[in-house]
Design a protein around this ligand. Sequence first.
Ligand code: ZN
Length: 233
Amino acid sequence: MQLVHDALVQSRFSNTFPRTVEMLCPHCLKEAMFEARPWQEHGRQMAASELECTRCENTVLFVQLLASDGTNQAGGLYCHPGFGGREPMGGVEHLHAMSAPLARSYESALKLYNHAEWGASSLIVRHLLNGLTARMLADEKAELSLTRKLEALPHDVELSRPLQDIAQLLAPSGTFGRQFEDESTIDKANAELLLELAEQLINYLVVLPGTMADLKARIATAPVPLRRGSGAA
Ligand SMILES: [Zn+2]
């Protein structure tokens, strides 16, 4: 079940149940208008209807959660199947903080991908990688090719910076170190911070290298598309 934002509801029946919804169709992957069949209440907590895509005529099941007085619960509309698009990556707010234009490029690439515009999405991703690497390197390297910039990254960017100062935090005189002397003084907030620190370390030392190796293996074994017009068939 995927949440359908109330803002996507274009019109409603007199009993306030959605009549038309405009959203990305999970079947034809196009922005489309969906038209509801009569809603049926099931118990006192939800109502359901099938909505039909006006482009491809396939249906999507919609469920509306009800408030205790039987009216629509705000933010309680769901559909199945969901459009299955990619959600923004976790931590994307850091990209926004670093560079609003890069964040917008990422959002555009994601939006195009979710609209099945594979080529256009990939061109924006290349543009994004160009901008990101230029941003991380010294100014005089900004004009290098993307290949050269990517090669320069491991040498020019201080990749160990996230790991600095962690030892001090856990040393006997450090913020966490002192608390270990009497574990009864450790409260939920500090236990959470320490757990988060461990998770970030695991992410950096174990998960990132592991998922990167998996991704490279998948890229290496992905089928290579034939060049259009190359004559090979
Ligand atoms: Zn459709």
